[in-house]
Design a protein around this ligand. Structure first.
Ligand code: UDP
Length: 382
C-alpha cells in the first residue's frame, strides 16, 4: 500500500513526491491525467529539433536560495535572461515600461520626466501601474495614462476579458513600471532555464526508489472523496489512511457541486519558419493589436541560437468551460470567485492528511519558484 498519493505531476506534485520518498522513505504514487510528467512545464523537441514549451513559455526566476539550490540538484542552467518588448503600433518598446522605454517614448522631455519619477519614487522602484495612475501629479498621471493605454489595457482585455481596473490589482502589479535601465523582465537574483529543458528535471526528480507514476489516469477513476462519509477517502475502493496531496482543480473533484470555479484558458498556435529568426526577442507582447497576447520564439529560451530555422507560439486567451481537451491555466481571483473556492476548500479542510497544493488546487497565481518553495514546506509538514 502507498504511504501517500499525489494527484498531479507538475512541480507541486513532483517536489512533494521526491521529498517524501527521499527524506521519509515513503512509497508514493503520483497520478496524472495526461500522458506525460511535468504538468504545464512539460517541454519537448519538436519535429525540427527546437525545444518547445507545449503549454506556453515558462521562465524560471527566483530570489529564494533554497529553491534555486533544490532545483540545481536536478539540472544545470542555461543563463537565459528574459527580455520582453511590447509591439506598440509596430514600434518595439522594453516591457516592463522602464527608464529606457521612457526615453524612447518621450525623447527630449524624458530627462525631466525621469527626474520627476525618481524624485517621487526613488531609483529602482517598482511602481504598480494602478498606483501611478492615482498619483496627484499631473505629469505623472500623463505617463501613467500612456503606459495604461499602450501596455496594459488591450493586452489585459485580451488575456482576462476585463480591464486592469476590473481585475485583481496583484495581476497587473506583476509587471510594474520600473525606475531603472534594466531591460530584463525579472530582476531576481537567480534566473535561467534548465540546460536540457524542464522535462529532464522532472525525470530526474521522480527517478527515485519508492516513487511510482501512473499516467493517463484521472483522479476520480481511483480516488473517492466523500467528506460526509465515515470513510471519506477511498483508493481503488478501499479506505485510505495515508496522505493525499491534491494539485488538480478542486471543483472538478466534487463534480462542480457548487458551480464551476472560473479559470482562464489559452489556445496555443505553434508555427515553424524556415529562416533563422522570426522576431527580435524571446517574447514579444502585442499590447495594442492582434487577437493573441504574445509570441514566444523558443530558440532564444533554450540557447539554440545557431539553429537554421525557428519555431514560435502565439497565445490566444479564451474562457475555460470545462470541455474535453480544455486546460485551466489561470485562476480568476476576485471576491466572488475566491468565496466559491472557499466553499470547496471547506469540504476538504475537515479531511485528515489531505493537502491542497498549486495553482489549480489553491486557486492561486503561483510562479514556479513559489510553488516549489511551498511544496518543500508541505513535504516538511507531512
Ligand atoms: N500585462 C499587460 N501587458 C503586458 C504584460 C502584462 O497588460 O505587456 C498584464 C496582463 O494583465 C497580464 C499581467 O500583466 O495578465 C501579468 O503579466 P505576466 O507577464 O506576469 O503574465 P504570465 O506570464 O503569468 O501570463
Amino acid at each position: 500500500m502507498y504511504d501517500s498519493i499525489i494527484i498531479g505531476c507538475g512541480f507541486a506534485g513532483a517536489v512533494v513526491a521526491r521529498e517524501l520518498a527521499e527524506k521519509k522513505g515513503q512509497h508514493v504514487l503520483v497520478i496524472d491525467a495526461r500522458s506525460h510528467i511535468g504538468g504545464n512545464c512539460y517541454d519537448r523537441l519538436d519535429e525540427h529539433g527546437i525545444l518547445i514549451h507545449q503549454y506556453g513559455p515558462h521562465i524560471f526566476h527566483t530570489n529564494i536560495k533554497r529553491v534555486y539550490d533544490y532545483l540545481s540538484r536536478f539540472t544545470e542552467w542555461y543563463p537565459y535572461c528574459h527580455e520582453v518588448v511590447g509591439n506598440v503600433y509596430g514600434k518595439e518598446l522594453p516591457v516592463p515600461f522602464n527608464l529606457n522605454t521612457l526615453e524612447m517614448v518621450y525623447g527630449e522631455r524624458a530627462p525631466y520626466l525621469e527626474k520627476l519619477l525618481l524624485d517621487n519614487f526613488g531609483e529602482g522602484a517598482r511602481v504598480p501601474i494602478l498606483d501611478l495612475m492615482n498619483h496627484e501629479n499631473k505629469e505623472l498621471q500623463e505617463i501613467a495614462q500612456y503606459v495604461y493605454e499602450n501596455i496594459f489595457l488591450k493586452y489585459t482585455m485580451k488575456q482576462w476579458g476585463k480591464s486592469p481596473k476590473e481585475i485583481d490589482p496583484s495581476v497587473s502589479g506583476r509587471v510594474p513600471v520600473l525606475l531603472s535601465r534594466d531591460n530584463r523582465y525579472f530582476q531576481d537574483t537567480y534566473q535561467g532555464l534548465p540546460l536540457h529543458g524542464f522535462t529532464p528535471v522532472f525525470e530526474k526528480m521522480l527517478d527515485y526508489p519508492g516513487i511510482e507514476i501512473r499516467l493517463n489516469c484521472e483522479a476520480k477513476e481511483v480516488l473517492t472523496i466523500a467528506p460526509e462519509s465515515g470513510e471519506p477517502i477511498r483508493f481503488e475502493g478501499e479506505p485510505f489512511q495515508g496522505s493525499i496531496i491534491f494539485t488538480g482543480a478542486l471543483d472538478e473533484l466534487f463534480d462542480c457541486r457548487y458551480g464551476r470555479l472560473p479559470y482562464r484558458s489559452l489556445r496555443f498556435q505553434f508555427e515553424h519558419y524556415n529562416r533563422p529568426y522570426y522576431q527580435s526577442h524571446g517574447v514579444v507582447n502585442y499590447t495594442v493589436s492582434e487577437d493573441f497576447t504574445r509570441i514566444t520564439e523558443f530558440k532564444y529560451l533554450a540557447g539554440q541560437l545557431d539553429a537554421p530555422d525557428t519555431t514560435i507560439v502565439k497565445e490566444y486567451p479564451m474562457p475555460y468551460n470545462g470541455a474535453a481537451g480544455e486546460i485551466p491555466y489561470y485562476a480568476i481571483n476576485n471576491e466572488e470567485n475566491d468565496g466559491l473556492f472557499a466553499k470547496y476548500k471547506a469540504l476538504v479542510d475537515k479531511l485528515p492528511r489531505f493537502y491542497l497544493l498549486g495553482r489549480l488546487a489553491e486557486y492561486k497565481y503561483y510562479n514556479i519558484d513559489a510553488i516549489v518553495d511551498r511544496a518543500l514546506s508541505v513535504a516538511e509538514e507531512i
